[in-house]
Design a binder for this molecule. Structure first.
Ligand code: TXA
Ligand code: MG
Length: 350
């Protein structure tokens, strides 16, 4: 199949530039589009056949539910059973990088929700995404627009690398501003459970609702046989080809010095080793596969660059990759969660 490629000119009126893509969506086709988090692979969420094409294009397991994207927070009630807690969360964080899992209404087919009776609803902030959904006139089911198991795409180039020839079109709206997928929360009574951490942090959620807990799968490998509440979290994800080891601060003090000494030693033994570290380490680590992804305290920059760095390691000969983790709080929790998964839970405490 030939994949159309539409480059968006941010200074020209948007609607005419999106008309073709919206029409493809309205007629059951697949279009990749930018959001503030990562690029999504969209299809009409009320069309079971269109949704099944998403699973085929990505090679995605059919039990992994898709998120339904809407143009206005108030549209959620058409597709899910909302309530007072949704109202509170949506007025605080929508449009934005938050997905809320609630009981599903019948117009969303089971094939979209991976057979579950719940549905995740998200209203993205990105102007291209929202205008596209409006013009298509349908809710848009969209997982991240990568091949299953690959790091999520944060640019149209990433989408092309994975899905060119497999989908109807790609809208290029530049790089994603957040760079990590949305926070996924599940509502139960007055309780909020974070199934996947993102840019809407637990601290932010607690300002709006008192009962916020983290699903155990966010920071730990679940025991054999225990399924995480978000089916997608059980798959090895975000993973480059080479083995990844996460370097973590064990709290003994002087972490940065220990980390740099360890990494210098590894580079002496194996000059091609891959390293993902803070800018501050750069001057001490000389190797062809050393990448820095922002200043130590700049979680937002790490978030924007993480997936691109993981993909770029695949273009190197690095036999193994060491990735240095920052503190797992605020946005750092989402980073830590993605890096832990990329490492398949292989951690070195220093
Ligand atoms: O930022 C995002 O959320 C991006 C953009 C495109 O919006 N989308 C995205 O979709 O990351 P995906 O399919 O790659 O990840 C969706 C996650 C999966 O872990 C899935 O299992 C979980 O959300 N999820 C979706 N619906 C759910 C449901 N009804 N119950 C539990 N988990 C659900
Ligand atoms: Mg994904």
């Amino acid at each position: 199949m030939k994949t159309e490629y539409w480059k968006i000119d941010p200074y020209a009126p948007l609607e005419p530039q999106l008309a073709d893509a919206a029409s493809v969506l309205a007629h059951g086709g697949l279009v990749a589009f930018p959001t503030e988090t990562v690029y999504g692979l969209g299809a009409d969420a009320t069309d079971a056949a269109a949704a099944s094409r998403i699973y085929a294009a990505k090679g995605r397991p059919s039990d992994n539910p898709l998120i339904v994207h809407i143009a206005h927070p108030a549209d959620a009630g058409r597709y899910a059973v909302t309530g007072e807690l949704y109202e509170r969360l949506s007025s605080a964080f929508m449009p934005g990088p938050l997905t809320v899992v609630m009981p599903r209404r019948g117009c969303i087919p089971l094939s979209v929700t991976g057979g579950l009776d719940s549905v995740g609803i998200r209203c993205p902030e990105n102007r291209i995404a929202r205008t596209l959904i409006c013009l298509a006139g349908v809710p848009v089911a969209a997982p991240s627009a990568n091949l299953s198991g690959r790091p999520s795409p944060t640019s149209a180039r990433h989408v092309r690398a994975d899905l060119d020839g497999k989908i109807d079109g790609i809208l290029d709206g530049g790089d994603c501003t957040v760079g990590l997928e949305s926070t996924v929360v599940k509502l139960c009574g007055d309780r909020v459970t974070v199934l996947r951490p993102g840019a809407v942090t637990p601290e932010m959620l607690r300002e709006v609702c008192p009962h916020v807990t983290l699903d155990a799968g966010v920071t730990e490998k679940l025991p054999e046989g225990v399924a995480p509440q978000a089916p997608g979290m059980k798959y090895r994800h975000y993973a480059p080809r080479a083995r990844v080891v996460l370097i973590r601060d064990a709290g003994h003090g002087d972490f940065d010095r220990r980390a740099v000494l360890f990494l210098e030693q590894r580079l002496r033994e194996e000059p091609a080793v891959g390293i993902l570290c803070f800018d501050e380490y750069g001057p001490y680590l000389h190797g062809k596969n050393v990448m820095t992804f922002g200043k130590k305290q700049d979680d937002a920059e790490h978030a924007r660059r993480l997936f691109d760095c993981l993909r770029r390691f695949d273009e190197t000969d690095a036999p193994e990759i060491y990735a240095v983790a920052g503190a797992p709080d605020g946005l750092g929790l989402a980073l830590y969660n993605r890096m832990l998964k990329a490492a398949g839970y292989t951690v070195l405490d220093l």
